[in-house]
Design a binder for this molecule. Sequence first.
Ligand code: ZN
Ligand code: ZN
Length: 111
Amino acid sequence: MAEGRVYACSGCKREIVAWDEGDPYYLEYPGRTKRYAYHPSHERILCTHVDIPVLCLACGAESVCDSARPLEACPVCKEDSLVNTFQLEGRRCPTCGDGVFQVDRDRGIIS
Ligand SMILES: [Zn+2]
Ligand SMILES: [Zn+2]
């Protein structure tokens, strides 16, 4: 079961929806095609990597960090300020530079 959270900035109200697991995938041979397993199924046990959504705290760009080839810096601004979107609690918002992200506890999402 995946757990989702909504983070909301206390300043500009920017919202980020985050999931605890990211998107698990495996590589299908030949060709090494990425196959995502979104639902619990037999495919899930084949998954060897995961794509994790990250937020750049420097410029506010959202990117995807592939566990097979982790991002070392933001692809947009080149800053080393990437944070897993599931761990945004208390982080300063890069959009307004003023507020911080807090979990919106009234809108926890479980799927
Ligand atoms: Zn903000
Ligand atoms: Zn950036």
